[in-house]
Ligand binder design. Structure first.
Ligand code: NAD
Ligand code: MG
Length: 295
């Protein structure tokens, strides 16, 4: 069933309770039960991004994998960023995209490292012959019930991965972006409606919304658009890798659909924001949360 066929969204995907499962960060898509749907068998491209050249961070799994599949099937050639531990997941994505005739170049590395962010962009420009699309999906999430348990190292890791990397990647990319290019960030409904155990993560996600709104204004005179996607609960390895098995088995239960979203339900939003059809869309956030409010 393609993304264009009419369907009832409620029963479309598995609902909790899910089997109890535990992973450590970074999680793996291949270890999840049920397996997430990234649009592998459903996303149909319509040549909306022919000739585009982009970077997708966090492209090995979850929402980033879904964004990479959707962008690639619309015609974009991509550099895929992920952590070295995620090599197997990343190779699965590369094999899929290359098997469909697009370029998909693997660049593992740590985005909490400034030098790597600049290297990643330089490598993409070199290998793709330029750059017009920067899609930042990577994110780090931990859970702590008590602020007194939190360490500077942990807070640094969250902020460097989720916020600093957006500054570094944008600084590296902007000199290469011509008018008509775009940047997409990935926030969260946690940015507006934080859970108490996601203190540093939620603060970082709130900052991503602010980053997007401010940078969009700064880059408007250059003809570069900047937008964000704010997901609600989505079935990805981030959840079993950062939450306890009991919570994960009920993940998404409280949302109005009674289930979490699947990564496949987000791919089209990234395409829409990158596509030139969105020429007057900048500084905005698309919430994808199955009717969960984001305010
Ligand atoms: P995921 O685990 O599949 O993706 C996160 C990715 O971030 C990893 O695959 C990894 O490649 C990357 N990453 C983490 N730390 C990194 C680092 N230091 N250097 C390089 N890459 C790093 O999970 P996901 O849920 O698809 O997460 C994608 C984005 O969506 C994140 O920004 C997350 O905050 C956001 N989000 C997820 C949910 C959800 O419920 N799953 C909800 C709201 C927002
Ligand atoms: Mg991953």
């Amino acid at each position: 069933m393609s993304q264009y066929e009419k369907k009832d969204p409620i029963g479309l995907y598995p609902a909790p309770p899910f089997p109890k499962q535990d992973q450590s960060l970074p999680g793996r898509a291949s270890k999840m039960d049920p397996k997430p749907d990234h649009g592998e068998t459903s996303y149909v491209g319509r040549e909306r991004l022919t000739g585009f050249r982009g970077i997708v961070t966090g492209a090995d799994s979850g929402i980033g994998r879904a964004a990479a599949i959707a962008l690639s099937r619309e015609g974009a050639d991509l550099v895929l960023s992920y952590l070295p531990d995620e090599q197997e997941d990343a190779e699965e994505v590369r094999d899929l995209l290359e098997g469909e005739g697009r370029r998909a170049i693997l660049k593992p590395g740590d985005l909490s490292d400034e030098a790597f962010c600049f290297e990643l962009v330089a490598a993409a420009v070199e290998e793709l012959g330029g750059l017009d699309t920067l899609v930042m999906v990577a994110g780090h999430q931990e859970s702590h019930d008590d602020i007194l348990e939190m360490t500077t190292e942990g807070i640094d890791n969250t902020f460097k991965t989720n916020i600093y990397s957006l500054f570094w990647l944008s600084q590296a990319a902007i000199p290469h972006l011509e008018p008509g290019s775009s940047i997409v960030t990935t926030g969260s409904i946690q940015g507006n409606t934080p859970s108490p155990d996601k203190l540093d993560y939620a603060v970082s996600k709130g900052a991503i919304g602010t980053f997007t709104a401010a940078l969009a204004q700064q880059l408007a005179p250059k003809g570069i658009r900047v937008n964000s996607v704010a997901p609600g609960p989505i079935w990805t390895p981030l959840q079993p890798a950062s939450g306890d098995p009991e919570t994960v088995s009920h993940f998404g239960e409280g949302s109005p659909y009674g289930r979490p979203g699947q990564p496949a339900e987000l791919g089209a939003a990234y395409v829409h924001l990158v596509s030139p059809e969105s020429s007057y869309t900048s500084g905005t956030t698309i919430t994808i949360a199955g009717a969960t409010p984001n305010y």
